[in-house]
Design a protein. Structure first.
Lengths: 393, 522
């Protein structure tokens, strides 16, 4: 039967997913006020994107691992190792920048295959395999770098993380190209949302009321275009934002619409049922980790490009930020639940909090305490929510 | 025995226990005399285990209606500790021992022998354990880890643990189900010994010969009600006669019109299984299914009848892509051609579908919606280049919702929120979408209400009318007699009979289902 859901229904039904967006908005408002608007300045928004891009890239892979019911503690070390390999190729041996990129990506895939083998085919819990990996790959990084930083990378390499597209289509004090790209994105999003809605109606499924649907699209479009305007009036479109956007879109597609993505959710939701439904559990687990290795190497390239150096201590504790982003973004500790978008919002919540507190001059120790409490509350909310759902069953 | 003590150690009066949607026990009465061995018999799901859980405080006072009178006093057990304090100890069907701890540690787990100050007194622990082991006839050192013992000896350790708690009423749930004949014999001897020492025992068992041999009285539970209690001495002349008396009690229910009519027109043979043998996955050398051979024809519903532990589910799951067991041997043929069932995807490709016994654990992803549960096993049919055609998926789900009559506002509802009957329809839809030749249905109507059962039977009838072959495993004999054309009986891993339904009776089936191997009969 066709049904039109009202706002309250939507909110209560999707409290797990909508809660996170509400929290995100509140946190942005809170820190804008606390920093006298500094948080939302063009300059700060740009640096926020650059500064947290690699955590967001890691969170994409991590959320898939977590949906599958695993965890990966090694990504920080893999970021360091892949950056180090790129530096050895490019800085020490003077090879072209793209050879370094390929070497780093290859390393990431190998690392992923190694961990995937132990988790999927030997059956060792991912916690142990990746804890070992954390030590192993950190040690390898130190050996590859002989315990010292390698720098500087050539400018072609560093522009991966620090480059901007600006002035391609001209503009007076603002970059038209940036605005055009964002406008295309917004239109694509609106078209896609409309198509989904139409298909749902065609198949007699519940949809939001038309006014609510339009309002939702308009609000999202306004926020995105406002963000684009801020980028355009500062330095233009950061290259890394394009990488991130492509990854988010590609992985949203994979998690939501591909057979592989479905199998990941099935394994995390009920391993025994997935197995008995003909899901090749070992194979899926293996590729989950290969994919995580790949994304960790992308993050490693972006991070080393941003600091123009490969450091032995690079990526330390990144795994925890990435994991926290997933859980704040609504992924379930027991697996089977989570989205790429949610993990991105979770990562951005962490980013806005760190950045906002830094702008306010709050010291590192307090920042850590606040982030710890937020993570705890986010998971507590998840647990509470699950109990509530079980009670109504 | 003191004169003041009443002759009845236990009286359970009017026990009613309700689970959401199901009345598991209804006005059950049970009286156990001091010092007797009291057997409780009934089909799977009749409510025997539930009754024992009420008695031992697993289901606390207040969660059931009725009275438990122990030694003439009303007992209100809030936890299992309360009942143990009164000398009521239950030994569950699944052994509850920690494999990595020693025998002595397991015996005193939660009840540790301590020195003053709190540290564990190991000398006392091991010495007392040795004494207890001697009482149950075990000569193992108390420091031996449990994992080094076979199932039979583990069962004896459980009993040693029970008597360490000054047990007066010992409850054994299927104590010999996993034991071989020697171990069973030893255990029964032990129960007789306890009887002489004044310990009362309640024993649940499917091995009727054992009951005929050892019990003083038997209570029959059927469909959650206590039917009768009789003295074994007056129940029959021979062991056979006593067993027949029990069987009559267990199955004596009327067959009314709970099954939709169907005309049977079996066609060509679809599935044939030959010499199928399966070993237990973790206990090397234990045969779970032995040389089973069976066949199913197109348009035919074939039943597999067997009691708990007979190897029904194990047979089905091992056939379905080796999902159970190890060292599986035997051959499977579909339309006369040997098929590959070495993995679940291979079995599905070959045209086999298996609807599992426990749909919540093995059948459904409860946190996912109906649509994605229905497509889970046939996702390949919906995929192009690795991506799922979601519009088609939605359409498929809608079609099954309509044709299976899944009662839900829409197919985006979480499966965990549906009733048991509707959940079962989702599982059936999932497997029908894979377009199988053979459907194996394991307890297809367990835990669902009468109306939904009728709908499931109707679906089964439609399937066979469309020429599918259906294999049904069920604990409910009336159900098998109501929907099947032919029934195989399984006992202790072996197929003990093949019966055409028109000539079958519940008594006849039950006799085949409890038929033990030739050696023990002697």
């Amino acid at each position: 039967m066709t049904g039109i859901a009202n706002i309250r229904d939507l909110l209560t039904r999707n409290i797990r997913t909508s809660g996170i967006y509400i929290a995100f908005v509140l946190i942005i408002v809170l820190f804008s006020v606390l920093t006298n608007g500094l948080l939302l300045s063009s300059r700060n928004l740009t640096s926020l994107v650059l500064q947290f891009s690699y955590i967001l890239i890691l969170a994409i892979g991590m959320v898939i691992i977590i949906i599958g019911g695993h965890i990966d503690l090694s990504v920080g070390s893999v970021v360091a190792l892949t950056g180090a390999i790129a530096a050895v190729v490019v800085v020490r041996n003077g090879m072209p920048w793209w050879v370094g990129v390929l070497a780093a990506l290859g390393t990431g895939l190998l690392v992923g295959a190694w961990q995937g083998f132990w988790v999927a085919y030997v059956g060792i819990p991912a916690f142990i395999v990746t804890l070992a990996g954390m030590l192993l790959f950190r040690g390898l990084t130190l050996q590859v770098l002989n315990n010292v930083s390698l720098s500087p990378f050539p400018s072609e390499y560093t522009s991966i993380a620090t480059g901007f597209f600006n002035g391609l289509l001209g503009g007076y004090g603002y970059d038209t190209f940036t605005l055009v790209i964002f406008a295309i994105g917004v239109l694509g999003f609106a078209y896609n949302a409309w198509r989904t809605r139409r298909a749902r109606i065609a198949y007699n499924q519940t949809v939001e009321a038309p006014a609510l649907f339009v309002l939702k699209i308009v609000v999202i479009a306004a926020v995105v275009m406002w963000f684009a305007w801020n980028l355009a009036t500062y330095r233009g479109l950061p290259a890394v934002l394009i990488i991130l956007a492509v990854l988010v879109m590609a992985y949203t597609l994979v998690t939501k619409h591909s057979v592989f993505g479905r199998h990941v959710y099935a394994i995390g939701g009920n391993l025994a049922a997935a197995q008995l439904s003909g899901v090749r559990v070992k194979r899926v687990n293996f590729w989950m980790f290969v994919n995580m290795g790949f994304l960790a190497s992308v993050a490693g390239i972006v991070f080393s490009a941003r600091s123009s150096a490969a450091q032995p201590g690079a990526g330390n504790m990144f795994e925890l930020d990435a994991i926290a982003a997933c859980f704040i973004g609504g992924a379930a500790v027991t697996g089977g639940i989570g989205t790429v978008t949610g993990a991105m919002v979770g990562g951005l919540i962490m980013a806005v909090m760190s950045n906002g507190m830094s702008l306010m001059g709050v010291d590192q120790s307090t920042q850590q305490i606040v982030k710890g409490v937020v993570l705890l509350l986010a998971v507590a909310f998840d647990v509470w929510n699950k109990k509530r759902a079980a009670a109504t069953r | 025995m003191a004169d003041s003590a009443p002759t009845d150690i236990l009286e359970m009066r009017g026990i009613t226990k309700t689970f959401p949607g199901v009345k598991a026990l209804q006005d059950v009465n049970l009286t156990v005399r001091r010092g007797e061995i009291h057997a409780i018999c009934g089909e799977n799901g009749a409510g025997k285990s539930t009754l024992m859980k009420v008695l031992s405080g697993v289901y606390p006072f207040g969660s059931y209606e009725g009275d438990i009178v122990l030694d003439g006093e009303t007992a209100q057990f809030g936890t299992i500790n309360d009942s143990e304090a009164r000398g009521v100890v239950i030994i569950h069907q699944e052994l509850a021992l920690v494999p990595y701890l020693s025998i002595a540690e397991n015996i005193f787990l939660g009840n540790e022998r301590r020195r003053t100050g709190g540290a564990i007194d190991w000398n006392k622990t091991n010495a007392e354990a040795s004494a207890l082991l001697a009482r149950v006839g075990l000569s193992e050192s108390p420091t031996t880890p449990i994992s080094a013992l076979g199932v039979g000896k583990q069962q004896l350790v459980e009993i040693a643990k029970a008597i360490s708690k000054d047990v007066r009423l010992l409850i054994l749930d299927e104590p010999t189900a996993a034991l071989n004949d020697n171990d069973s014999e030893h255990l029964l001897g032990l129960l007789r010994q306890f009887k002489e020492q004044g310990i009362t025992s309640i024993m649940i068992s499917h091995k009727l010969a054992e009951i005929a041999e050892i019990a003083d009285r038997t209570t029959i539970i059927r469909d959650g009600r206590s039917i009768e209690t009789f003295d074994m001495a007056t129940a029959g002349e021979s062991s056979e006669a006593v067993q027949n008396r029990i069987i009559r009690g267990m199955v004596g229910r009327d067959l009314d019109n709970r099954y939709p009519d169907r005309e049977s027109h079996p066609g060509e043979e679809v599935l044939r299984v030959e010499d199928w043998t399966v070993y237990h996955p973790t206990q090397p050398g234990r045969v779970v299914v032995e040389n089973a051979s069976l066949n199913v024809r197109a348009g035919e519903v074939v039943g597999i009848a067997g009691l708990m532990g007979a190897g029904r589910t194990e047979l089905a799951m091992s056939l379905f892509g080796r999902s159970y067991g190890r060292d599986i041997s035997g051959k499977a043929y579909l339309h006369g051609k040997e098929i590959d069932v070495h993995s679940v995807p291979a079995a599905i490709r070959s045209g086999i579908a298996y609807v599992s016994e426990d749909r919540k654990q093995y059948g459904l992803n409860l946190i996912e919606d109906i649509r994605r549960n229905i497509s889970a096993a046939g996702l390949g049919k919906l995929a192009k280049n690795g991506f799922v055609d979601e519009n088609e998926e939605l359409k498929v789900a809608e079609e099954y919702r309509a044709s299976m009559n899944i009662r839900t506002p829409n197919v985006l509802t979480e499966v965990g929120k549906l009733s048991g009957g509707n959940q079962q329809k989702v599982v059936l839809s999932k497997w029908l979408y894979t377009a199988p030749e053979v459907l194996i249905l394991d307890e297809p109507t367990r835990g669902i209400d009468v109306g939904a059962k009728y709908e499931i039977y109707t679906i089964i009838n439609e399937l066979v009318a469309a020429g599918k072959a259906v294999l049904v495993i069920s604990s409910e004999l009336p159900e098998l007699l109501g929907i099947c054309d032919r029934i195989y009986t399984l006992a202790f891993g072996r197929i003990t009979g093949e019966v055409d339904v028109p000539s079958a009776t519940q008594e006849g089936l039950m006799a085949l289902m409890t038929q033990e191997t030739q050696e023990t009969k002697a």
